[in-house]
Structure formats: C-alpha cells, structure tokens
Design a protein. Structure first.
Lengths: 350, 396
C-alpha cells in the first residue's frame, strides 16, 4: 500500500517536473529567420512574420476593391449611389494567423468596404445594425447635421439611411460614433470614403491602405499593427506594380491608442496630397506622419524593378506587423500602361 | 436474539458503496449535470516558468496553468514579434508544458521581456532582469559547483563541529543553553526555507499550483515521515550499540543536509542566472551561517558515552558530510536542471525536516533536564540562536 502510494506520488511529481521529457520526438523541421539563423525543430514553427497564412480577411482583395454602389439618376440628372452597410459585433474572426478576435465589422470585414463616389453624387447609405450594441455611421465630409451619425443612435436591429450630396473631393473616412468611440473604432468599425473630383484624376494603378491595429488583450495597447489589418501580410505577398506606371495610394490612419503612426516608402519618393482635397501636392517625400483620422493620397512611379519595403518608420509598429513590400515588375504589358480605366485596375495575383 | 457475524463480502461492500456514490456524483456533474457548471467564462492562462539564453537563441518553458486548453500562436521579445519554434507543438492541454525557441541575438546582462500570445489574443509575459548564458553541464562546471558546495556546506559545518570539546566541558545548565541555541538556529532555518519556497512559487509558478498549500502539505508529510523514522531509530539506538546522542545528532545532520540542499539550489540558480555578484554574497553568507549548523550537530554528540577518539572523529566527519555535502548536489541541480516546481518541493522537504529536528532537540532537552522547557537557559538559548541566524542572514 505505502509502496504503491509512494510510486504514484513520485510519478506524478516527475510528470510536473519533467513533462517535456515524456513526449515522443517528431520529425525535424527547419526554418530560417530574417537574420539568417537556421533553426531545426522537432516541434512546430510559429512564424507570423515570414510565413504566408490566410485568415478571415483578404488584404489582396481589399487593396484594389472600390465599391461604386447601385447607380441610378434623379430627374434633374444627379447620380444616385446607394449602398447597404450592415454592422455586426458578435463574430469572432481570425485577424492574424492563429489569433481569433471579436472584431466589430461593417459588411463583415475590417476595414469596412471602400465607398467610392464622385463629387456632387447623391449618396444614400442604408445602415442596418445587426449587432447587439448600438452603432452608427459617421462620415467625414460636408453634410447636414442630422446625417452626421452621432446623435441618431441606431439600436439593435435598427436601420437608418444616411443621405447627402458627396463633397468635397478627397479621401475621407467613415466610422461608428457611439460611445465609447475609442472601443467602437479599435474593434474595427471604420472604412474609407473616397469622393472623386468631377474632373477625374489621371489614370493610375489605384489602391487603398488603411493603417490600423488590434488590441487583442484589451490593455489599451495594440498587439498587432498593419496596413489593411493582417500583420506582415504584404511582406509575404508583395503588392505587384509596374515599372514606369503611375501608382496612386489612398492611405488613411485609423490606429487607436498610439499617438501617431507613420509611413516610409523605400527606393522612391511620392507626391503627397493631404486629405486629397487640393490638386497640388504638399510635399515630395518618402515619409508621412499621421495622427488618428489623418489621410491623404500618395502618387509615385517606380523607375527600377525589384522589391521595395513600405513600413512604419516607427519601427515598433513595423516589427509588430505594419510592414509590406511593393514588387515592381520590369516587363509590364504595354496595354496596362496606356489603356487603364481609372480605378478599374484589378488584383494581379502572382 | 441471534447475532450473525457479518460476512466478509458485506464488509468489503460497506467500504465500496460510498465510493460508488462518489463516482456517480462525479459522473453526473460531467455528464447530464454539466449545465450546472455552465456559468461564467473560463479564462485561459499560461505561465512562463523558465527562460534560458542559449547561443543566439532564447528558450522559453511555458505551461498551460489555466482551466482550458490553449494554443500558443505568437512569440515576442521586448514586445516585438519574432519567428519561433514550439516543441512538441503549439496546443497545450491543462498543465502541459512546451518549449518555445526564439532565434535572437541577445546581449549579455541586458533586461528582456519575453511575451507569448495565445489564440484569443491574450499576451503573457515574463521579465528577465539580466540575460546570462545558460549553463551547459560540463565537468569543469560540475567541479566548480563541487568546490563551492564544499566551501559553503562541508567546511563550515566541520568548523562548527570543532566546538565539540568546548561544549563537552560545559555544566548542565550551560549545556542546555547550547541545545536550546541549536533549536533556535534550526527554527530560524526552517522558517527561512518556508519563506524561500513561497518566494520561488510566487515568482515562477502559477496560482493554479496552490503554492501555499503545496508547501504546507510537503512540510507536514516530511515532518510526519521523519518523526516516524526518528522514533524507530532512537528506539533501536536504545537496544543497540548506537548511542542515543548519536541518533539525535544523525537526525539533526539529515535535517540540516536537506536544508543545505536547498541552499545549494539557491547558489546554483544564482550562478545560473548570472548574478555572480549576488552569488558571492550568497556564498560568503551561507558559509558563515552554516558554521552554526556544526554547533547544532555537536551539541547532542557532546553527551555521548565516551568513545575512542578515532571513532568519534570518524562519526563527526560522517555527520558533517551528511549535513554539508547536499549543498554540492543542490548546486548541481540548481545550476543545470533548475525547475521551479522541484525547487519549491525540495525547500519544503527541508523545512519539514528541520521542524522535525527542532522537536527532537526540544524533547532531548526535556528528557535531559528536569522535564521542563521553561528554564532561563532554554528560553535565552532559543532566542540567541534565532538572533545569531538573523544577523548572519543579513550577510546573504
């Protein structure tokens, strides 16, 4: 009796002390780090930095996806663009490889859909709240007070239609404005709202970058940073662009908790148009600093082919995910340089 | 009236039936009654128990100390995400342990915070005050620890034993003072071990180990186990040629040996985490401290039957080794295979052993003396013993 008890006690003590020694060896795997170190392991590699993984959100699709709405015309010739946006706040999404988070979404994604209209269009956004908490949509831009999405709280199951003439031309944003606003934004209720000028901008390869992050453990510090939600995504899936072709990036910073965010592009400089409202660039630079809600338009042309980083020069953010790359292709087909319809560039998958 | 002798089957059944009910009770709560427990949200928890700095690599030992299985998905150093490997795999059941290997060119003596994020996005971290290369077991290092262990454990205890002739010539009253002094010294060491065990638990182990109760349980079990063994040993001593004083001294030596094992662990671990300056103080402090342990062994021995000088020296040397040598083993374990859980257990065993020895010594005084413990010699002896220990402990 005493012997068997002492054997059991000894074994259980050993289990607590050396459990790792008990498990069987598995087949060896090797991985190489960015610094060039080679690691051989019998276990698993957890590498959100250098491995490609798909999550519940596709940054490639989002990058060049513009939503122009259902188009109709009023009798006086005004173009009407109608959108439906549904808010949800109960789903748990994989927002970074292996990390599952209760993100709050417009139309199921973070960021919400990029809404694109032309200055002077009548915008009609039917908003449905399918969440458990009250939400709204607050658009930046010029509109009547009752369309501002601040005091007209939309409760669970409620609806509201925002209707106004889109103005001024530029890149704006929309986001939920229910208290506590910080939480509603940090959880993912935001998107880009582009108003094109009546006289269109020159043709270009256009894309949207929303600089954001997630505080997955609710300590009011971001755990991951990114352009378009998924950390390190464009580092492993570089954004393909063509040499000598004009690229236009609509960039917006919606990062919560951190005071600033910034962006640095390698091997090139760009014209920067803050808020996209003036047609004259404010700077020719490779570096912009944003506060929350700051946004603008970057325009540039790469002369040399190859891979160029784009990342937060606040390196803490880049080492937690806000880093990506452009892959400039040397031999583009000539048509894509001449015949591009404005805003219609489709995703090129490599 | 007929009184039937209950059958053996009935007897066994009467022992088993309550067990059967317990099984039904447990089965109900896991099966059909599980809704009863469906309240609240179980929060996952992992604890980083150990961080080793290897050649261009940081090795993190992590345990799932929460109520539900978890998945480790991101490793970071100083809050910067790093590619890593996890062995055996990233899924951790309750209490399961994994080792996360992070390739990283760390710098000696600089602080690091190691973070691990699980699948729900919660990040757990551990701060390391100063990175130092993990000790690779080698003969050279083992020899180094053996020398340190000898310096701290064996030599001071032997020096303490040199007081034996002095104590031998003391009058009864003064002798009681010395025995009580021994009890005081030991009492202090016991409390010291408990404190150390609780500290290691608090810094390195999760609450789910119920550290305080773990320490208490191990102390009580050790205490009772040794109590039983001592009784047997002393009884046998009475009927054999081993003198009772030698038996008591042996018990004291064993208790102190277990305690010194704990001290060796502390020294090995201190060298292991690279705080050399800290371990120098530790070594000098323990050396001075342990001289007094020699007195504790010498005190009961001094009343033995007169033995041949040679036999006496041999016995004393043996007791000194029993008390001192475990410091060497402790240093090896602490330096090479440090495990916080094992350390807490060992320290608690040491504490239990020492408390048992205190009781043995006090009984010895009581039997030696006039069946009382309330003499001035005893009271002042215990007090002075604790004071001496306190003062020498400040050096550590």
């Amino acid at each position: 009796m005493i012997v068997s008890i002492s054997v059991i006690v000894t074994l259980s003590v050993f289990y607590f002390v050396f459990p790792e020694g008990i498990s069987a060896q598995q087949e060896e795997k090797t991985f190489v780090t960015m610094e060039g170190a080679v690691i051989t392991t019998s276990g698993e590699v957890i590498d959100p930095v250098l491995t490609t993984a798909t999550v519940d959100f596709d940054p490639d699709k989002f990058l060049r996806e513009f939503n122009y709405g259902r188009v109709s015309q009023l009798e006086d010739g005004t173009t009407v663009r109608e959108f439906t946006i549904i808010a949800e706040d109960t789903k748990v999404m994989e927002i970074s490889p292996g990390v599952f988070f209760n993100a709050w979404t417009y139309n199921g994604t973070v960021p919400g859909p990029t809404i694109r209209v032309t200055e002077g269009d009548l915008l009609r956004v039917k908003f449905i709240n399918n969440g458990e908490k009250p939400h709204t949509i607050h658009f930046h831009g010029i509109h009547p007070a009752e369309m501002d999405g601040v005091f007209e709280i939309v409760g669970q199951g409620g609806e509201f239609t925002y209707e106004f003439i889109a103005a001024p031309a530029g890149i704006h944003l929309y986001h939920c404005h229910v208290m506590p606003v910080e939480e509603h934004i940090a959880r993912g209720l935001y998107g880009v709202f582009i108003v094109d000028p009546k006289e269109s901008r020159p043709p270009a390869d256009e894309m949207v970058m929303v600089l954001n992050g997630f505080d997955t453990d609710f300590d009011t510090e971001n755990n991951s940073y990114a352009a378009n939600s998924v950390p390190f995504y464009y580092l492993n899936n570089p954004i393909q662009i063509n040499k000598n072709e004009l690229v236009r990036v609509y960039v917006m910073n919606i990062l919560e908790f951190d005071q600033i965010n910034n962006l640095h592009m390698h091997g090139n400089l760009f014209d920067y148009y803050p808020t996209g409202t003036y047609r004259v660039p404010s700077a020719y630079t490779d570096m912009i600093t944003f506060s929350q809600g700051d946004r603008g338009i970057m325009e540039f042309v790469y002369q040399y082919p190859g891979k160029y980083l784009i990342h937060a020069h606040k390196v803490e953010f880049s080492e937690k995910g806000w880093v990506g790359a452009f892959l400039v292709k040397d031999n583009p087909d000539q048509e894509s340089q001449t015949g591009v319809e404005y805003g219609s560039k489709q995703t090129i998958k490599g | 009236m007929e009184v039937s002798k209950p059958s053996k089957a009935k007897f066994i059944a009467s022992g088993i039936i309550p067990f059967a009910f317990v099984i039904v009770l447990v089965a109900y709560i896991f099966g059909p009654g599980s809704y009863l427990l469906d309240f609240g949200v179980p929060l996952p928890e992992i604890t980083i128990e150990k961080v080793d700095f290897m050649d261009s690599e940081i090795r993190v030992t992590v345990r799932n100390t929460g109520p539900i299985p978890v998945e480790v998905v991101i490793a970071d150093v100083n809050d910067r995400i790093q590619p890593a490997a996890i062995e055996p795999d990233r899924f951790l059941e309750r209490f399961e342990v994994a080792v996360v290997r992070i390739p990283f060119n760390w710098n000696v003596a600089e602080p690091y915070t190691i973070g691990l994020t699980i699948e729900d996005g919660t990040r757990f971290e551990k701060e390391i005050e100063a990175a130092a290369p993990a000790l690779e077991p080698s003969l050279e290092l083992a020899g180094f620890f053996a020398i340190i262990g000898t310096y701290v454990g064996i030599i001071p205890v032997m020096i303490g034993l040199l007081w034996l002739p002095f104590i031998k010539r003391l009058k009864k009253n003064k002798y009681h003072f010395f025995l009580a002094l021994t009890a005081g010294l030991l009492l202090f060491l016991g409390i010291d071990s408990v404190e150390e065990a609780l500290e290691v638990y608090k810094e390195n182990l999760s609450q789910s180990f119920n550290g305080v109760l773990l320490v208490a349980t191990v102390i009580v079990v050790t205490f009772l186990g040794l109590y039983y063994v001592t009784e047997k040993l002393v009884k046998r001593a009475e009927s054999s040629r081993i003198a009772k004083p030698v038996a008591v001294a042996l018990m004291i030596a064993i208790g102190i040996g277990l305690h010194n094992f704990g001290e060796g662990l502390a020294i090995g671990a201190a060298v292991g985490i690279g705080s050399i300056a800290f371990s120098t103080f530790l070594i000098v402090g323990f050396a001075l401290h342990n001289t007094t342990e020699g007195i504790a062994i010498a005190a009961p021995m001094s009343r033995g039957k007169t033995m041949m000088r040679k036999a006496l020296i041999g016995k004393l040397a043996g007791l000194g080794m029993i008390a001192g040598a475990p410091a060497i083993f402790g240093a090896w374990v602490g330096g090479f295979v440090y495990s916080p859980f094992a350390t807490v257990v060992f320290l608690s065993i040491g504490a239990g052993a020492i408390f048992q020895v205190v009781i043995t010594v006090l009984r010895w005084i009581r039997e030696e003396g006039d069946k009382n413990l309330s003499s001035a010699a005893v009271a002042s002896g215990i007090a002075v013993g604790m004071l001496i220990m306190y003062l020498t402990s400040i050096l550590v």
